[in-house]
Design a binder for this molecule. Structure first.
Ligand SMILES: [Fe+2]
Length: 403
């Protein structure tokens, strides 16, 4: 986020807060002691007894897989397309797991999938929020304007909308435009800090120069405490961390497919997955497309059966060519092109297989979030121990000998 945008946001939040505050608080803020003695009614935390307590096995609290059939998605697209144009232009519906609860409805506990439709000639109203998105066009074409940058997209293109970046979508084609949008909003809603600005200020056309004050400050901002690696950090560094700018990025399917199809040369003995992560370098060591999700596009040649594995990250697949099946938690689910599926509720053993046609699929996982939290348990081979990816050495494939 630019400094100017940051200042605008700060002013706006301060105005909103000021509006939400009562007169008394405003007066107190202004130095008046008129209602300074007002105290809230006491509320009390409770103590939850954990003596001789145990935790339920993670397998017992996972949401079961769910398949959303192409026909269901098509019917919803028809319904959304038949509505009168909404004031904000957004013909959209959340695709919600039957076990999801407010706040934070999602298809996985931390992943919201929204089905979005635009008719020819329509445009959505600008919006921004502190959730970030991975966007995927499943039918038609058009463009997004994200932070002032135009992203012209076609079917199966993927792009990234960073947090607090104003965006809108437009359909400048003669066909219906359908998108799936993957968002981390459920997490932010659960922790009650999802900020949505439906009337964002215009993006600054030119980014102002950043401030490097922190580097010139004479204070030692980070220094060791003792000999074992613990450190202390100043407040000045705490409120001005290293900046990693987030830019909207675009992965056109036409380009991705060229690279992906070359992986078909990997023979049947290859033990890895024939996929590419749509990598956003701003996510660094967390290997993400957004800071919360990775998106991978997989090519699954006919007759491929993956080895069973599991990971703490949840996975949602959209199959857009071919057909096949998944075994998840010991149960078999069939799928075909156009189906969307919560294929891997975190830590449930699963694997996937293609039938007699090549399969293409987009997979979204909340793996970067887990790497940032140091919680990404991953078991690539069920006969071997799991590892904590990101802080322990990961796994290897036989790629060198397979190609
Ligand atoms: Fe998986």
């Amino acid at each position: 986020m630019t400094d100017q945008l940051s200042d605008q946001l700060g002013d706006q939040l301060s105005d909103q807060l000021s509006d939400q505050l009562g007169d008394g608080e405003r007066q107190a803020d202004a130095g008046s002691a008129a209602r300074d003695d007002e105290r809230p009614e006491p509320i009390h935390a409770r103590f939850v007894d954990r003596v001789d307590a145990s935790y339920p096995p993670v397998e017992e609290v996972m949401w079961p897989p769910v398949v959303i059939r192409a026909a269901e998605i098509k019917a919803q697209v028809e319904r959304l397309a038949s509505l009168p144009r909404p004031a904000d232009g957004r013909r959209s519906a959340w695709i919600v797991h039957p076990l999801a609860e407010e706040p934070g409805l999602g298809l996985a506990p931390g992943i919201r999938v929204t089905l979005e439709v635009l008719l020819p000639g329509e445009r959505t109203a600008p919006i921004r929020h502190n959730s970030s998105q991975v966007c995927f066009c499943i039918a038609g074409s058009g463009f997004a304007v994200v932070g002032g940058e135009k992203i012209a997209f076609d079917q199966y293109d993927v792009w990234h909308t960073p947090a607090l970046t104003t965006y809108f979508h437009e359909n400048d084609s003669s066909e219906r435009q359908v998108r799936l949008t993957y968002s981390n909003a459920p997490l932010l809603e659960k922790i009650r800090v999802h900020f949505v600005d439906e009337h964002p200020p215009e993006e600054p056309a030119v980014r102002p120069e950043g401030s490097d004050e922190i580097d010139e400050h004479p204070v030692a901002h980070v220094f060791p405490l003792g000999e074992r690696g613990a450190m202390l950090m100043s407040y000045e560094r705490l409120i001005n961390p290293e900046v990693v700018e987030q830019h909207p990025l675009h992965w056109p399917w036409r380009e991705v497919k060229k690279e992906l199809d070359q992986l078909s040369a990997l023979g049947p003995s290859y033990r890895g997955r024939r996929l590419y992560l749509l990598y956003n370098p701003a996510t660094g060591r967390t290997n993400g497309t957004s800071n919360n999700f990775f998106a991978t596009i997989t090519l699954r040649p006919p007759g491929i059966v993956d080895r069973p594995h599991r990971h703490a990250s949840a996975a949602i697949n959209y199959f857009f060519s071919g057909s096949g099946w998944s075994r998840v938690g010991g149960k078999r689910y069939e799928w075909s092109a156009g189906d969307l599926m919560l294929t891997a509720p975190g830590w449930m053993i699963h694997h996937h297989a293609s039938n007699d046609q090549p399969v293409y699929e987009l997979t979204i996982q909340d793996s970067p979030l887990h790497i940032a939290m140091d919680s990404l348990m991953w078991q690539e081979d069920l006969k071997r121990p799991y590892r904590l990816l990101g802080s322990q050495r990961g796994f290897a494939t036989n790629r060198d000998s397979a190609l």
